[in-house]
Design a protein around this ligand. Structure first.
Ligand code: NI
Length: 191
């Protein structure tokens, strides 16, 4: 089932999400719906708070970045469900890259992040995994993990630029920015 994506401005996106309990009821169908919703919106990642569930869980599929000869090798077959993830910084090295977010349609901003991270998480079969990630795969996971702590792209934007973004963010929250996937807006339900 495709779920509406919660738009910027909804308090659920700013909450510290709760740990998923092992054996949680309907966890499989939530994950299934999150995949469907992410692919419908042509995203490479979707966190549970973005479908209105304040839980520490996200899905990522970076394979669009891995396509073709020029594709990022770390993104080939990079499809994961990460439950209760914990991130560790791998190195002190950071880089800038423009990011977008399904909850903030039409906004793309450069975000500075560590190049590499290590992540520990439970997969969909509740097996504890540890992975070292780099490049775009590391970036996608850091972006989604931020959602679990209520952190979003505008939080990384310098103050002047953020001030310039305010009008656009307000429009998004009020449902005035069209997206080609179903969205849920704070305080009202459109599309
Ligand atoms: Ni996002």
């Amino acid at each position: 089932m495709i779920l509406p994506v919660v738009a910027y401005g909804d308090p659920v996106l700013r909450k510290e999400a709760e740990e998923v309990q092992e054996g949680m009821e309907a966890l499989d169908s939530l994950i299934e719906n999150m995949w469907e919703t992410m692919y419908r919106a042509e995203g490479v990642g979707l966190a549970a708070p973005q479908v209105g569930r304040s839980l520490r869980l996200f899905v990522v599929d970076g394979s669009p970045f891995g396509e073709g000869e020029e594709g990022a090798p770390e993104c080939k077959d990079f499809k994961r469900v990460m439950i209760n993830p914990v991130l560790f910084e791998e190195s002190g090295e950071e880089c800038d890259m423009e990011e977008g977010c399904l909850s903030i349609p039409g906004v793309r901003e450069p975000v500075t992040r560590p190049v590499s991270v290590k992540v520990e998480y439970f997969d969909a079969d509740w097996v504890l995994r540890e992975e070292a990630l780099t490049g775009i795969a590391a970036r996608i996971v850091q972006h989604e993990n931020d959602h679990l702590d209520g952190v979003m792209i505008p939080d990384y934007v310098p103050p002047l630029r953020k001030a310039m973004l305010q009008g656009k963010l307000k429009d998004i929250a009020q449902g005035k920015v069209p997206a080609d996937y179903p969205m849920r807006y704070p305080g009202k339900s459109i599309r």
